[in-house]
Design a protein around this ligand. Structure first.
Ligand SMILES: *[C@@H]1O[C@H](CO)[C@@H](O)[C@H](O)[C@H]1NC(C)=O
Length: 162
């Protein structure tokens, strides 16, 4: 039972890596100047050891309690990402909250992925060497951090340039 659950989570976190490794090419060049974070919220991530790809590009504002690590990120609107190649769906709530300390995000609220006909809330993320460990309740799965080097874009931004 626990084993099959783990297998599920493995799949559902896999899509995140897939999406991050297939960023919008037009965004790639700007995002890849990775030493310059996209927003200060993204720099809070890197400051605590996390890659910027955990947050979409569309951050409106954020709050961080430097004492407790409690944070709140305002994306301005709910964010939806459809992730190739298997078309997994992920959503970020308009407001994502949690608690960030060195190498660990806990009490995470507002990030969900749809897999196996269910929504799964990501409750925590940890750094483990070169890997990110995603927690869904008591279950976790890890993926290389480098898959999250680029911040993804929310759906619904039409290519206004074309
Ligand atoms: C920040 O967190 C500390 C410790 O939990 C708490 O005492 C303080 O009231 C918080 N500050 C704000 C502005 O919420």
């Amino acid at each position: 039972m626990a084993k099959s659950m783990f297998f599920f989570i493995l799949h559902l976190t896999l899509f995140i890596s897939v999406s991050s490794s297939n960023p919008n090419p037009t965004k790639l060049s700007s995002s890849l100047s990775s030493s310059t974070p996209l927003t200060t919220a993204h720099s809070v991530l890197t400051h605590h050891g996390f890659p910027v790809g955990l947050l979409p590009t569309d951050v409106l504002s954020y709050e961080l309690n430097h004492t407790s690590g409690e944070f709140s990120v305002d994306l301005g609107r709910p964010c939806r990402l459809i992730l190739p190649p298997d078309n997994y769906l992920a959503t970020y709530a308009k407001k994502v909250t949690g608690k960030i300390v060195e190498n660990r995000i806990a009490e995470l609220n507002g990030i969900k992925v749809r897999a196996f006909f269910q929504w799964w809330g990501i409750t925590g993320i940890k750094i483990n060497g070169d890997d990110l460990v995603f927690e869904v309740g008591m279950v976790s799965a890890k993926y290389p951090s480098k898959n999250f080097d680029v911040s993804p874009q929310c759906e619904g931004k039409k290519h206004s340039s074309s």
